[in-house]
Design a protein around this ligand. Structure first.
Ligand SMILES: [Zn+2]
Length: 473
């Protein structure tokens, strides 16, 4: 007779208290075929059931012990009377655990302002587990709220009702807490010139790139609002980023100070700010740093020159002579700006403008080109005081651009936020996402959570920080 090919696996949990007393509970059983038909090993759905059940047993056992230990008055040790019983819904990565809680009357031995209290209140002040909040925030900083909910439901026995709105709410809560902790940051560098002079010689200058981007406003579909982003670089540490919504933020200086400190700034260290021009920085430029220099990011200059060059190349097809002359003049303008001669650069750009201001020119994009040239002239004129001798700085190994790979805006401002997308944002919503996203990109979110919830570092992987995430979703 053929043997029954079904094997049964039973999983039990043994709970032992501090006196070595143990209870054993069946938590899971599953049947597996042993004849090659059916699955090999655990299925995801089975692992989810198993984890959920295990979580339930562990949390309720912990809660039960806590309740027993806190049932009596700590002063006179009399048992406190029960006012009522109810369940707490504790949300974790491994499902929602209903935890029985007691509402007790306060003991008569001391005078209190309230009559009753909940036993588990101190133990579980929040009803979402810290790790749940951490994982939700981390992934929702990198992809959409809806996708985050779907992904977590796919791989974990997490609350089946988890949706984009819940994830968004939890991310906002984290971001608000981050902002709250910024209040403890100083706004200015401490000390005075004398103290700075006595500090050890600082390392190479720190570089901070500052840039602005636009996000579609949900209150007015036709409007955009500005976000400011910054990224700091040093020779020794990985880059750090910050971002905020200009009209909403009241702590840009504290933010910048935190960025510089996290980057390892020493009080007497020189800092070079690179930006897309004076307009971009507004509030941040008021940062009083004794050793700061502010220059126009070469990246933004070349970006604009590249666009003008493309027009000139286009013109070469229909009007080769003027096209070639325009290319030559643009090249010359670039050469002067590169060597810090904004005045000569402007003269060359003016030449370009007059060259193209001829209605007889055979070039269908002439008007657009004229507009771009005029914008470029205004741009260089407005920022001429921020144009250094790039060539010389470059030769000395100084940083003249922050956008080595891609612009800071593209990296920090998620693709789902940029104005080309249909998605619209509230000021608050965009600001919150920028806070958590920069923390994730900087590899700091886990540390932040461990600071708020030290118990998070207890796990076997405890103490292991996030690896900075390189991603531009
Ligand atoms: Zn008492």
């Amino acid at each position: 007779m053929r043997q029954n090919p079904i094997m049964q696996f039973k999983i039990q949990i043994v709970v032992e208290d501090e006196h070595g007393r143990a209870i054993t509970e069946d938590i899971f059983a599953l049947d597996k075929s042993s004849d090659g038909e059916g699955s090999v090993g655990l299925l995801l759905s089975e692992s989810k059931q198993l984890l959920k059940r295990l979580q339930h047993v562990i949390v309720t056992q912990q809660a039960d012990r806590y309740t027993q230990a806190h049932r009596c008055c700590p002063l006179c040790h009399k048992k406190r009377r029960i006012k009522g019983r109810y369940n707490i819904q504790y949300r974790t990565l491994f499902g929602i655990v209903p935890i029985p809680n007691l509402r007790l009357f306060h003991c008569q031995c001391t005078k209190r302002s309230t009559k009753t209290y909940s036993v588990l209140n101190d133990w579980l002040p929040e009803h979402n587990s810290p790790e749940l909040q951490y994982i939700e925030t981390k992934w929702a900083s990198l992809m959409s709220y809806g996708l985050t909910a779907d992904l977590l439901k796919d791989v974990l026995p997490i609350n089946e009702c988890l949706n984009a709105e819940t994830v968004r709410r939890h991310l906002h809560k984290t971001a608000n807490r981050q902002d709250e902790s910024l209040k403890e940051q100083p706004r200015f560098i401490s000390g005075c010139q004398y103290e700075w002079a006595n500090l050890p010689k600082p390392g190479k200058p720190l570089t901070v790139g500052i840039d602005g981007g636009y996000v579609r406003d949900c209150k007015n579909r036709k409007m955009n609002f500005e976000v400011i982003v910054a990224k700091s670089f040093s020779k020794t540490e990985a880059p750090k980023r910050l971002g905020f919504v200009q009209v909403l933020d009241d702590k840009p200086q504290r933010r910048l100070m935190k960025l510089l400190r996290d980057q390892g700034m020493q009080e007497n260290q020189q800092i070079t700010f690179l930006s897309d021009g004076a307009d971009n920085v507004r509030d941040l430029q008021f940062l009083m740093h004794p050793e700061s220099e502010h220059i126009l990011d070469w990246f933004h200059v070349t970006m604009r020159l590249t666009v003008l060059n493309q027009f000139a190349k286009g013109m070469c097809h229909t009007d080769p002579d003027t096209g070639a002359e325009l290319l030559k003049k643009l090249d010359s303008a670039k050469w002067y700006i590169w060597h810090g001669n904004a005045e000569q650069g402007l003269e060359r750009l003016d030449d370009c403008y007059w060259l193209c201001d001829d209605p007889d020119l055979r070039y269908d994009k002439r008007r657009k080109l004229i507009q771009n040239l005029s914008d470029m002239i205004t741009y260089i004129d407005n920022n001429s005081h921020l144009i250094p001798n790039y060539g010389e700085k470059y030769r000395y190994g100084e940083t003249i651009t922050t956008a080595f790979v891609e612009s800071t805006v593209n990296e920090v401002v998620a693709k789902r936020m940029v104005k080309k997308q249909q998605m619209q944002w509230s000021h608050q919503g965009a600001h919150c996402l920028l806070q958590t996203r920069t923390a994730v990109l900087n590899g700091e979110l886990r540390d932040q959570f461990e600071e708020w919830y030290p118990e998070l570092s207890e796990g076997t992987n405890g103490g292991k920080s996030d690896i900075p995430v390189k991603m531009a979703a």
